[in-house]
Design a protein around this ligand. Structure first.
Ligand code: AMP
Length: 277
């Protein structure tokens, strides 16, 4: 499995590649959620490229860029075992030669990016959109595979593909969960045993909210769930019902609407979302 460490090796590899290519961008510290996306990619394309890059542009000041878990050797082992075609591991110098802030950036529409995670993380989705576009230009895949776990990111990238006339096909893989319901995340390994025991409550509340009958008032139910989460030890950033396409708030439950939550346990910020069946 070739390890491509810079854009010129990637370009050479890409030029000689035969068959359709699916691309799975990640920040590494791979878990079964990433590997499920990889298998989806493998089922849909002849070749799969995974990138591993912790993108400084999507982290704000005081966020966990430095402490973000990194485990390249283990990641490469997992991808090799899974049958990955190649892995792209660029450096900051290659992607941001003048520093991440001193370059052209992609500004997603505010109606999608200044809400939910964009409130606590201003500029985060600009960083995401910028790195995804850069990687798409470098990799030139037929398909891009993203996870439903980061649904707001998925919607923003989907909109960017339309708005910037990109023809890459976008695939979305369902959220993979631990047996107790906690959405898998690289950040979960930073939870203390006590925090790890509390963490599944976030998904449990979302599951309960998704079971409410249609046309139920969203705000009062969300507030009751939020209070239970605070009692359990979470610092809640948001718990909201929104339209799955526009991401605009909804006052009442309805099939296809989506509950979104972000909450912190100590220094670890967890996000999750679930759609009402
Ligand atoms: P990350 O490494 O966290 O940037 O994630 C890389 C990709 O994996 C993104 O498209 C995420 O949405 C996706 N992903 C992360 N966690 C999960 C999960 N538990 N289930 C499915 N996809 C996931």
């Amino acid at each position: 499995m070739p390890l491509l460490r810079d854009p010129s090796s990637l370009r050479k590899w890409r030029q000689q590649l035969q068959g359709s290519l699916a691309f799975v961008p990640t920040m590494g510290h791979l878990h079964a959620g990433h590997l499920a996306l990889f298998r989806l990619a493998q089922a849909r394309a002849e070749q799969v490229l995974v990138s591993i890059y912790v993108n400084p542009l999507q982290f704000g000041p005081g966020e966990d860029f430095d402490s973000y878990p990194r485990s390249l050797d283990e990641d490469l082992h997992k991808l090799g075992e899974a049958g990955c075609t190649a892995v792209f591991v660029p450096t900051d110098q290659d992607l941001y030669p003048n520093g991440p802030l001193a370059q052209t950036q992609v500004e997603p529409p505010a109606r999608l990016s200044d809400i939910l995670c964009g409130v606590q993380r201003p500029g985060h989705f600009r960083g995401v959109a910028t790195i995804v576009l850069k990687l798409l230009h470098l990799v030139a895949p037929d398909m891009l595979v993203l996870g439903e776990k980061d649904y707001q990111q998925y919607r923003i990238v989907q909109q960017m593909l339309v708005d910037l006339n990109l023809s890459t096909q976008l695939l979305c893989g369902p959220t993979q969960r631990e047996p107790d319901g906690l959405a898998m995340s690289s950040r979960n390994t930073r939870l203390s045993p006590e925090q790890r025991a509390i963490a599944p409550a976030l998904a449990a509340e979302l599951r309960q909210l998704c079971r409410l009958p249609a046309n139920n008032a969203a705000e009062s139910s969300a507030e009751a769930s939020a209070e239970r989460l605070r009692q359990a030890g979470f610092a809640l950033d948001y718990l909201e019902l929104r339209d799955s396409e526009t991401l605009q708030p909804l006052s009442h439950t309805q099939p296809g609407a989506r509950w979104f939550a972000a909450a912190r346990l100590g220094p670890v910020r967890l996000i999750d979302n679930m759609v009402i069946p």
